[in-house]
Design a protein around this ligand. Structure first.
Ligand code: UDP
Length: 246
């Protein structure tokens, strides 16, 4: 029996919820078909550590309808506690949903928000080419003035896109979604981090052999060396995974 329409099984990572499903895109598509809105959080070690110091972020993660195991660290944490879990990178979940949105017909529209000027548009153009029938209702970069931000609210209210991908980085995107999801209560909202940079071709993902060996972070550090300070959270998380009471 597929997971569709069943409440996802829940576990916890550093006290935060995580949902365990075998088919995340299928579950979300089913939500979308029933016009049930959802906030999807893609949990990784860095975000889990950040949530410990940022109560607002922890509260938003706790209230999200779906929290997926985005990072290798989170998967390791759960496996050490005897949980059977498959990693589901947020970018792959978002891409699977983009492929399935045309199944909703004229209703299956999507909206991209975030990234440097031009990046989300270029991602949209490339995805439009790769995914026949994809209906992109609108695109907005992530460096808006106050006035432009109010215009964006109005645009979202008017368009009611079924899938809204927000790439503003953590925790900005999670907090922004929590604050604005009332504008489109029936939509699926996902914080996608730097996914527009990848889809546009501006950056590349780690090669499969690194990702398969839980070493995607090495590639990230190589591509974005200025992240080193943020990435100090990773060994701290690993230590917690090994030592916290089970
Ligand atoms: N970004 C944005 N507006 C901002 C700050 C960041 O649109 O005010 C975008 C930035 O251009 C990049 C993404 O947010 O595309 C953050 O990507 P990153 O890979 O750092 O995400 P994270 O690791 O935080 O998920």
């Amino acid at each position: 029996m597929p997971d569709l329409l069943q409440a996802p099984r829940r576990s916890t990572v550093l006290g935060l919820p995580i949902h365990l499903l075998s088919d995340y895109p299928g579950w979300l598509l089913s939500q979308a078909k029933h016009s049930s809105g959802a906030h999807v959080v893609t949990l990784n070690a860095e975000m889990a550590m950040q949530a410990e110091k940022t109560p607002n972020l922890a509260a938003v993660i706790r209230s999200a309808e779906l929290v997926i195991p985005d990072g290798a660290g989170v998967v390791l944490y759960l496996r050490l506690r005897g949980q059977k879990v498959q990693r589901c990178p947020g970018i792959e979940l978002a891409e699977a949903l983009l492929r399935q949105m045309p199944l909703l017909g004229t209703e299956g529209t999507v909206f991209f928000y975030g990234g440097a000027p031009g990046v989300a548009q270029s991602a949209a153009d490339r995805l439009q080419y790769r995914i026949p029938g994809l209906k992109i209702a609108g695109v907005q970069h992530g460096y808006l003035s106050e006035e432009e931000r109010s215009q964006l609210d109005e645009t979202l209210r008017r368009l009611q896109p079924r899938l809204i991908l927000v790439g503003l980085g953590v925790p900005r995107q999670e907090l922004w979604i929590a604050e604005h999801r009332y504008l489109c209560p029936d939509s699926i909202w996902i914080g996608v981090g730097g996914s527009f940079d990848i889809w546009s071709g501006k950056k590349t993902r780690a090669p499969g052999w690194l990702a398969n060996n839980h070493l995607e972070w090495v590639y990230r550090l190589y591509q974005e060396p200025w992240r080193w300070r943020r990435m100090l959270a990773l060994p701290k998380f690993a230590l917690r995974a090994l030592t916290d009471a089970r």
